[in-house]
Design a protein around this ligand. Structure first.
Ligand code: NBG
Length: 809
């Protein structure tokens, strides 16, 4: 969009004054940020309106991405950038002697998700808009995001994340589009005079769902899509029934907090309420649109695709059935045809504890009508499947099993498409986790490997690298990511490699300053920066990383002249508050950090930095400075991973097991340009099947490993309570569920190779360049294009010469 610096300066001053009634010179950073954000939102608003009108006028098919989590990150920079205004804004502010970077830091980072799942949803929103596709997000406006993590004495402490404290300039409360969501009470069906069975409700808890809309700005293509987050309120007409604050709690609490658990949702009533609340409001608002524009209901699948992001929104299936049958008076068969063709489902994990199951009693009591429908879906499913496939498969795939509602089964049965998020993961779904369904419906299964938006994770997070690429290959890669492969042509060009090394060093210096500022630790920017950033979970094996560091420490102590390349081990990870073992791992890493960072024998050879409160904004600071990307989950356990893609795109070399998307990274960049170690998923499956694994044997037979494990309990690491013992026990006495000890030797060997390569800076830079140049296939733009072509059947609504343009991969 066209705005001159002069115009911007004038409008910014006016905006500030109109909001605060004094001059911008007296404003705090938060106030200045708020004024700037609102001004940018003003610039967005006409495109937002026009995009919406265009979709309606052309009656285009729209995608609704239903997700309990979104992690958009700070939006000021990315909105200004996608609009093409970032330079104007920066220049205008500097004329006013204000720093854009400083104001941008004042924005709260909405932590409305746990990790990869929520961030993926936000990368997808960015790509949908940038591809000019009609894509809407549907989720919850949690009043408190994921907890803010602090370390006290090395222990994780959780504080509330009040991200709305200073208001949220991007959202628009949309009181015109509220809906009513009903819980509990009694329901019965009665025939009306047209002979339809209609439900009657009594004593329900009625909750008003209020939408807050946020613009999702496409990259230079005038497209602005909508992210709709719902908030729970008391219906105005029922306000008089509530006499005390306490009485209003059951309503308010529905959208108060995000469940702080990314793989293990305990069967809690409130969580189920949240899920239904989001689903019902979202489906109602979709159907309202059809009523308003009088679209024949049978055309719904041609006009909408509803995506179920993990099982959390799987109640979309019975909710859509409910509305079509109870309110639109379609027959069961008609309603089912529509529902099934409209819905699609992505699975994001194979962890059994994360595949949601709700007690039937709970479902019946909280959502009586929905339960009736689920029961009917299940009965019909069983009736159809039993004669064709027999007892075993039928009962293994039923929705209702042993007193619970199996949400993954509901999602698979009610969707025309089921996908995993990396090739290996999809294979595991087909051959193991959902194998019986694969027998029933092979045509539904497909893979969609995850992706990331290069706009946020390269263009904005790493401007120096972006400039270097522009300088060498021109700017086309920004609109056509596959062009990035042209950069490969520079792998032997001295000038490019030197500049690449310089860029990395600058980024590392910046991170080193930040480390000094927030952690008080001095690190050498020339050291190798080794990064593991992700949720803390035993399957992700931060403790394997820990054991290796401890091993290095012991070697350096035994021989201070040992030839190790100086390293900074960087961690960022939150543990679910109830996940005791994960918290113990955090404590041990923090205590080891205290020991190592202050040991004069060690000096710069080893430093450990565990950042507090890992999230999108911190990731943006860390990733451009990384040399090594730690992707060390037990093979078969990590569905895809996405930090692996971000780190690769920023030139880090991957140190990985053959898990999730690591395998595809290896295939694109070539095995010689990353470090692979450890068991393959096939070996993991075999080891589990033959039950031959004996962790204690490894402990007893490998002296180096024994040395390291003993150091957990010997008092070597200061200030531990029982955490060292807990780790030792799980690894040695409880037979090491995630085969940490089994992979230890090959991990150490791979780490030594990392050191060797780092000594040859030229060769390191060459491999780094090849990684960057091979990262385009992980652009979320391609991922979204594949979802659009294969699953949603939607197309771009912008001209081919506008915005992102995908030629091939
Ligand atoms: C996570 C997986 C990651 C994957 C993201 C996005 C959940 C339930 N799953 O491996 O653990 O990259 O989803 O697909 O958060």
């Amino acid at each position: 969009m066209e705005v001159t610096v002069k115009q911007f300066v004038k409008e910014f001053k006016q905006q500030f004054q109109s909001m605060y009634a004094y001059s911008y010179e007296e404003g705090s950073n938060e106030q200045l940020y708020n004024a700037l954000g609102l001004l940018v939102k003003n610039y967005i608003s006409s495109y937002w309106k026009e995009t919406r009108e265009k979709y309606i006028k052309n009656s285009v098919k729209q995608v609704y991405y239903f997700s309990m989590e979104f992690l958009p990150g700070r939006q000021l920079r990315s909105n200004a950038y996608n609009l093409g205004l970032l330079d104007v804004v920066k220049e205008g502010l500097s004329e006013l002697e204000l720093s854009f970077d400083q104001l941008a830091e004042a924005e709260a980072d909405p932590a409305l998700g746990n990790g990869g799942l929520g961030r993926l949803a936000s990368c997808f929103m960015d790509s949908l808009a940038s591809l000019g596709m009609a894509g809407n997000g549907n989720g919850i406006r949690y009043q408190y995001g994921l907890f803010r993590q602090k370390f006290v004495d090395g222990y994780q402490v959780e504080l509330p994340e009040n991200w709305l404290r200073y208001r949220n300039v991007w959202e628009t409360r949309n009181d015109k589009s509220t809906c009513m969501v009903r819980f509990g009470g009694n329901v019965w069906l009665e025939e009306n005079h047209q002979g339809h069975l209609v439900p009657h409700y009594e004593n329900t808890l009625n909750v008003l769902a209020v939408p807050y809309d946020t613009p999702m700005v496409g990259y230079r293509n005038d497209t602005v899509n909508n992210l709709r987050l719902w908030s729970a309120e008391i219906p105005v007409e029922e306000e008089a029934n509530y006499h005390t604050i306490e009485e209003t709690e059951p309503i308010k609490e529905i959208t108060q907090v995000l469940y702080p658990d990314d793989s293990n949702y305990e069967g809690r009533l409130l969580r189920l309420k949240q899920e239904y609340f989001m689903v019902s409001a979202g489906v109602q608002s979709i159907i309202r649109h059809f009523r308003k524009y009088n679209v024949p209901r049978k055309n719904i699948p041609d006009k909408v695709a509803i995506h179920i992001n993990d099982t959390h929104p799987a109640l979309v299936v019975p909710e859509l059935m409910r509305i079509l049958i109870d309110e639109e008076h379609l027959s069961w068969e008609q309603a089912w045809e529509i529902t099934f063709k409209t819905c699609s489902y992505t699975n994001h994990t194979i962890l059994r504890e994360a595949l949601e199951k709700w007690p039937i009693d709970m479902m019946k009591e909280l959502l009586p009508r929905i339960y009736m429908i689920i029961e009917e879906i299940n009965n019909r499913f069983v009736e159809n499947t039993l004669p064709l496939y027999g007892e075993r498969i039928t009962w293994q795939t039923a929705i209702l099993q042993n007193g619970v509602v199996n949400m993954a089964h509901l999602a698979v049965i009610g969707s025309h498409s089921v996908n995993g998020v990396a090739k290996l993961h999809t294979d595991i779904l087909m051959n193991d986790v959902l194998k019986d369904f694969f027998e029933l419906y092979p045509e539904r299964f497909n893979n969609k490997t995850n992706g990331i938006t290069q706009r946020r994770w390269v263009h904005l997070a790493n401007p120096e690298l972006t400039k270097l690429i522009d300088e060498k290959i021109g700017e086309n890669w920004k609109l056509t990511p596959s062009e990035l492969k042209v950069f490969k042509g520079f792998e032997k060009d001295k000038d490019t490699l030197n500049k690449l090394t310089d860029v990395k060093l600058k980024n590392k210096k910046r991170l080193a300053d930040y480390i000094k500022e927030v952690k008080g630790i001095t690190v050498d920017p020339n050291a190798l920066f080794d990064v593991q950033i992700k949720r803390l979970h035993a399957y992700k094996r931060q403790h394997l990383n820990l054991l290796h560091i401890l091993h290095r420490y012991l070697e350096i102590k035994a021989d201070p002249s040992a030839d190790y390349v100086p390293r900074v081990f960087i961690f960022g990870a939150k543990a679910a508050p109830s996940y005791h073992y994960a918290k113990q791992i955090i404590k041990v890493i923090n205590s080891l950090a205290d020991l190592v960072n202050n040991d004069p024998d060690v000096g710069d050879k080893l430093k450990i930095v565990f950042f507090e409160n890992y999230g999108v904004s911190l990731a943006e600071k860390i990733i451009p400075a990384a040399d090594i990307s730690e992707q060390i989950s037990l093979a078969s356990m990590e569905a895809s991973g996405t930090s692996n893609m971000k780190l690769m795109a920023n030139g880090a070399l991957t140190l990985a097991t053959l898990d999730g998307a690591n395998i595809e990274i290896k295939d694109f960049v070539g095995e010689e340009n990353l470090f692979v170690f450890g068991l393959s998923s096939k070996e993991v499956y075999e080891l589990k099947a033959n039950q031959s694994y004996q962790a204690r044997e490894l402990y007893e037979s490998n002296p180096k490993l024994k040395n390291v494990l003993d150091a957990l309990t010997s008092g070597t690491i200061p200030n531990l309570q029982d955490e060292g013992y807990a780790l030792f026990d799980s690894l040695v006495n409880f037979n090491d569920e995630y085969f940490v000890l089994k992979d230890f030797a090959s991990y150490v060997e791979a780490q030594n190779k990392v050191d060797d390569l780092y000594k040859d800076q030229n060769e390191w830079a060459r491999k780094s360049l090849l990684n960057i140049a091979s990262s385009a296939p992980f652009s979320a733009d391609y991922t979204i294009q594949r979802y659009a072509d294969d699953i949603w059947k939607v197309r771009s609504c912008v001209e081919e010469d506008e915005g992102v343009h995908l030629v091939d991969e």
